[in-house]
Design a protein around this ligand. Structure first.
Ligand code: SF4
Length: 236
């Protein structure tokens, strides 16, 4: 019986990155937390705000915000479940795959479109993290199909990009008595639905995880060299 593993859709996405390092992944999966894990909370706040804006608009107007029109005929939304409810066990590998998508839209034909918000500059397919996002959304599609959101008909990234040019800064309306406002422009990037890619990624996770020792360092990785130096200096 293989040892149970739990992995989030986001961490599974990391396995699809071109520069993926099996050693880093092995350490991360086996260690109980890693040092220096600081992520600026402001991005999560902006993504959460976007979610609240969209749901609020649906509730007040019974229609999608105009900037989501590119996704098709949307009739509503469903609140994304907590990751404990949006979770499956892969039969082949015994891996628990879970996560919480940012948004689940319901189309006129009752299919579902899963979206994820990204606060970043929009550069179609130039985003170096795209392979990770693509796998993450496809993992949500696989989970959604088995957790009451079938059929999943499409996936998309919704980029929210701050508008910070001179014209925006010159608008009097952007200054308030208590501070200032910042506009965000949105861009939709459709992501191909490729649920079959997920089983390959899960098989890779199982294979790396089950190794008795961590895989070798990635060729030429400066960080591993610095880490080794650090350990020597500290007498490790
Ligand atoms: S080679 Fe680089 S990426 Fe891999 S474990 Fe070492 S520091 Fe991490």
């Amino acid at each position: 019986m293989p040892k149970p593993i739990r992995i989030s859709a986001k961490n599974l996405g990391a396995v699809a990155m071109p520069g993926f390092c099996p050693r880093c992944f092995w350490i991360q999966m086996h260690a109980e937390g890693l040092p220096y894990q600081i992520f600026p909370g402001i991005f999560s706040s902006i993504d959460a705000y976007g979610k609240r804006l969209v749901h609020g608009w649906f509730d007040r107007h019974q229609s999608a915000p105009p900037w989501l029109a590119g996704l098709g005929d949307i009739k509503g939304y469903r609140s994304p479940p907590h990751h404990t409810k949006f979770s499956i066990v892969d039969r082949e590998t015994g891996i628990v795959l879970r996560g919480t998508p940012d948004g689940i839209l319901v189309m006129r034909n009752d299919s579902h479109v899963i979206i994820d918000y990204k606060t970043a500059k929009f550069t179609a397919h130039q985003d170096e993290l795209f392979p990770m996002y693509e796998a993450q959304l496809n993992a949500y599609a696989v989970i959604g199909e088995q957790c009451g959101f079938s059929p999943v008909s499409a996936l998309a990234l919704v980029y929210t990009e701050p508008v910070t040019d001179d014209a925006a800064a010159a608008k009097d309306g952007n200054l308030t008595d208590g501070g200032f406002m910042m506009e965000f422009s949105t861009h939709i990037l459709p992501v191909d639905l490729m649920p079959k890619t997920i089983s390959k990624l899960l098989a890779k996770v199982r294979e790396i995880y089950d190794r008795k020792r961590p895989p070798k360092s990635r060729e030429g990785c400066k960080d591993c060299f610095l880490l080794k130096n650090l350990a020597e200096v500290a007498g490790g």
